[in-house]
Design a protein. Sequence first.
Length: 356
Amino acid sequence: MKMRFNTEDAFALRIENSIQENVSLTNYNTFRFDYLAEYFAIADSLDGLKALLAWAKHFKQAVTIIGGGSNLLISADITGLVIINRLTGISSREQAGNLVSLTVSSGENWHQVVKHVVEQGWYGIENLALIPGTAGAAPVQNIGAYGVEIKDVLARVQVINRKTGDVYWINGRDCGFAYRDSHFKGQWKDLLIITCVELSLKKRSELLLSYGGLSDRIEGKASLQSVFDTVCHVRSEKLPDPSLLANSGSFFKNPIVNSAQHHKLKEQFPNLVSFPFDENFKLAAGWLIEQAGWKGKHYQGVGVYDKQALVLVNHSETKAVPLLELEAQIKQSIWNRYGVKLEREPVQLPLETEEH
Ligand code: EPU
C-alpha cells in the first residue's frame, strides 16, 4: 500500500507491506464498535513486533497494542499505528518438587491456555476458565474470577520497551497488581508491551472453592476437571458470549468502601451484597445496579445485560456514544442512590498519551 511516508527510505519499504491504512477495528474489539486505525498491522513474531515498533519510532507514530480486544472500549478513531498481537507459543518446564513453569506468548488465547493446563493435570488457573482475551492482556487488568487472580500464579512477565526495543523480564511482585489493576494499566501503559508470561503452576494442589457461586454448583467430590467444567458452565449462564452479543465482560469494578460506609449502607439496604476485602468491603456492583432498576434496560442500541447487571451490551450500535451516555446515567443513579462511585473496568482507547 502506498504510504504518505518517503518510500525511498529502505526501512519504510521493508516494513510497509505489512502495514495497512484506515482499517476498521470492528472485528478487533468485542463491543464491535466501528472506529478506524490510521495504520494497522498484525504482529505474529517478536522480530515482527520489533520491526513495527522501530517503524513507528522512525516515523514518530503513536503505537496502540490490541490483544483479544475483549476488555476495550474504543470510542474514537485511533491515530498512529495499531498493532494486533498474535505472538504464539507455549512451553513448559517441570521444576523440582511440585512446580511446573509455563511460558506463554502474549497473543495466545487465554482460555485455550487454561484448557491445555487442565488437560496436563496442572493446578492454579482452573478457576480462570472461559475468560475472553489473550494471555498478554491477562496481567494488564489482573484478571480474576471465583477467588483467583492471575497475580497468584504469575512468576514473571516478559516485556518490550516501546521506545528502546529492549526485551526483558519483570517479576510478578513488581507489577503493582491490585484488584483489576496493574502498572500496565497505569504508569507503564505508554512504555511496555507484554510479549510473554511465565506462570508458576502446581502438579498437586488444593482446589480453591471458597467463592459461593462456585462451590454450591459442584456435585460430589471436586476435581481439577470438575472445577474447570463448573466455571465454564456458571460463566456461560451469567455472561454473554461476545461472539453472540457484543460486550466486554464486567463494565464496572466492584466498588470498595470503608467499614463505616458499609455499615451505613447495610442499615439502609439490609440485603446489600458485600464481601470483606482487606480492612474494607467490596460491594457487588451488579447488585447495586440491579436494585437501582437497570438490569435488562435498553438505551438506544445498547443496554444492561438481563442476566448480569454488571455487563453492558451492544445490540446494534456502531459507535460508542450511546454506551458512554448509558454509563454516565448508571454512574449518576448509583451515586444518587447509594453515595457510591462506580469505576469503569475496560481500558478506553485511544489512550490519553503524551507520545507522538
Ligand atoms: N448480583 C446481583 N445482580 C446481578 C449481578 C450480581 O444481585 O445482576 C449479586 C449476586 O448476589 C451475586 C453477586 O452479586 O452473588 C456477585 O455476582 P457474580 O458472582 O456474578 O460476580 P461479580 O462480582 O458480579 C466478579 C467479576 C467477574 C467474575 C465474577 C466471578 C468484577 C468486576 N467482576 O463479578 O469478572 O467472573 O466476579 O468471580 O470483579 C470481568 O472482570 O469481566 C468479569 C466477568
